[in-house]
Write a protein that binds this ligand. Structure first.
Ligand code: G
Ligand code: G
Ligand code: MN
Ligand code: NA
Length: 254
């Protein structure tokens, strides 16, 4: 309850901030984008993880103003980096299922992009299969409108939950993000490698870009290269970092 009450104040007082984790192109080894991940610098509790406050924000509806803030902040950041001579092809923003229950969501996204003066294709919205739980027809309609707008869509956390292949068939997706559980302990697990390899083949046949998340070791990287995964994120390259730190890393590794 304490966190709940202080969230509104926190937004006004700019206690929320976005960290950015580099997205690396496997073929070139270069950074082509980033995933924005929210952090709350709480004056008393220090850095609060989104795992603690996003579920609460979803329950109270606070995720609506907070989600809009995240979108606007990420778009402005792309614009700022562009002015600094650091253009990014793709910045991912995580979306909550609650945001997709809003009729105005497409308009909200459109305005955030216009206000920052960026190109729609520079934004990639990360969705999970949970957005289809409430009203699948409505959700699919919105996703098609977003596709028309020109933003990219990625299916996040694939491999956890139900991960039905029908999602790959029906959603206008650009990217499939394979959950960390796909790659962790893969080195000694033959079946895991066969599943990983096969999912990438399916995704490529459907014209999807594949990102492996949570990559931590060089052994994992060899398997990722062997199976032609397109991109990676993980501690092996960088954890999520503040915007200034990201700009520094990007400047050095471009
Ligand atoms: O880095 P990490 O601990 O940030 O992220 C924890 C979880 O919080 C992840 O599942 C991530 O998708 C989610 N998350 C991070 N930032 C946001 C955000 O801006 N909006 C939503 N809805 N979820 C986020
Ligand atoms: O659910 P989503 O995929 O949006 O969130 C990604 C989560 O994974 C974030 O909490 C992020 O901080 C975390 N993360 C990113 N790279 C790594 C990694 O290499 N190892 C682990 N354990 N977590 C990671
Ligand atoms: Mn994500
Ligand atoms: Na994920």
């Amino acid at each position: 309850l304490m966190l709940e009450n202080s969230m509104f104040k926190a937004l006004e007082e700019e206690q929320f901030t976005l960290f950015y984790q580099p997205k690396i192109d496997v073929a070139t080894g270069r950074i082509y984008g980033a995933e924005a991940l929210i952090r709350w610098r709480h004056p008393d509790f220090g850095m609060v993880s989104p795992l603690e406050f996003i579920p609460l924000a979803e329950k109270t509806g606070f995720i609506i103003p907070l989600g809009e803030w995240v979108l606007r902040k990420a778009c402005m950041q792309i614009s700022e980096w562009e002015r600094m001579g650091l253009p990014l092809l793709s910045v991912s923003v995580n979306m909550s299922m609650i945001q997709f229950q809003q009729k105005q969501i497409v308009h909200t996204i459109e305005r955030a992009i216009a206000a920052a003066g960026i190109r729609p294709e520079q934004i990639e919205l990360e969705i999970t299969e949970s957005i289809f739980m409430d009203n699948p027809e409505h959700t699919l309609k919105i996703l098609h409108e977003l596709q028309q707008l020109g933003v990219k869509l990625s299916l996040d956390d694939f491999g956890t939950g139900y991960s039905s292949l029908s999602y790959l068939q029906n959603i206008p997706l650009h990217t499939l993000k394979l959950d960390k559980s796909f790659i962790s302990d893969i080195v000694s697990d033959f079946k895991k490698q066969m599943i990983y390899k096969s999912v990438i083949v399916i995704a490529h046949h459907l014209n999807l870009k594949v990102v492996t998340e949570g990559v931590e070791t060089e052994d994992e990287m060899s398997i990722i290269r062997e199976h032609n995964c397109d991109a990676v994120q993980g501690y092996i390259y960088s954890p999520p970092v503040p915007a200034a730190k990201f700009a520094q890393i990007y400047t050095e590794h471009r």
